[in-house]
Ligand binder design. Structure first.
Ligand code: UDP
Ligand code: MG
Length: 153
């Protein structure tokens, strides 16, 4: 059985501009995920340099930073059994052209430079990323009564 994990999602500026924030949140809601934090925030260059440190030497880095600063993003934390992988499955491959039909990136986007959404890719990354965007008191603890319908207890 997978462990209870937390994962960070950023709904990126193209989703805000295209009025698809509700659609994205709704896909996670329909999956049955438990949201434990959410806020809008403008990302500065320093935060983006940390968040995308693994892309810093790439030729697209400056356009990635520009894209991520076009509007505020919506930052969300989900919590649950094996949630990191579950969210990555719903999100789809980095390049929307390679993403499987039914995923957010395949269904709603067309280009790797505007792929709608970020999701943590490992336990190590989610720990660092959640701390990067949220203070401890912005993360909520509550019982999600519908868990019993999603997890056949
Ligand atoms: N990215 C890009 N061009 C590329 C590869 C990545 O613009 O050729 C951007 C894209 O927004 C992607 C982000 O850099 O989501 C981070 O890349 P990563 O490989 O971590 O993909 P992700 O974890 O978001 O699927
Ligand atoms: Mg990544």
């Amino acid at each position: 059985m997978a462990d209870i994990q937390r994962t960070l999602v950023l709904i990126k500026p193209d989703a805000l501009q295209r009025e698809l924030v509700g659609e994205v949140l709704s896909r996670f809601e329909r999956k049955g995920l438990k949201m434990v934090a959410m806020k809008m925030m403008h990302l500065n260059e320093e935060v983006l340099a940390d968040h995308y440190a693994h892309q810093k030497e790439k030729p697209f880095f400056s356009s990635l930073v520009k894209y991520m600063r076009q509007t505020p993003v919506v930052a969300v934390v989900y919590e649950g059994l094996g949630v990191i992988n579950e969210v990555r499955k719903v999100v789809g491959a980095t390049n929307p052209r390679d993403a499987d039909a039914g995923t957010i990136r395949a269904d709603l986007s067309m280009d790797i430079g505007s792929n709608m959404i970020h999701a943590s890719d490992s336990v190590e990354a989610s720990d660092v990323e959640i701390k990067r965007f949220f203070k401890d008191d912005e993360l909520f603890t509550y019982e999600k009564l519908t868990d019993r319908f999603h997890f056949c207890w």
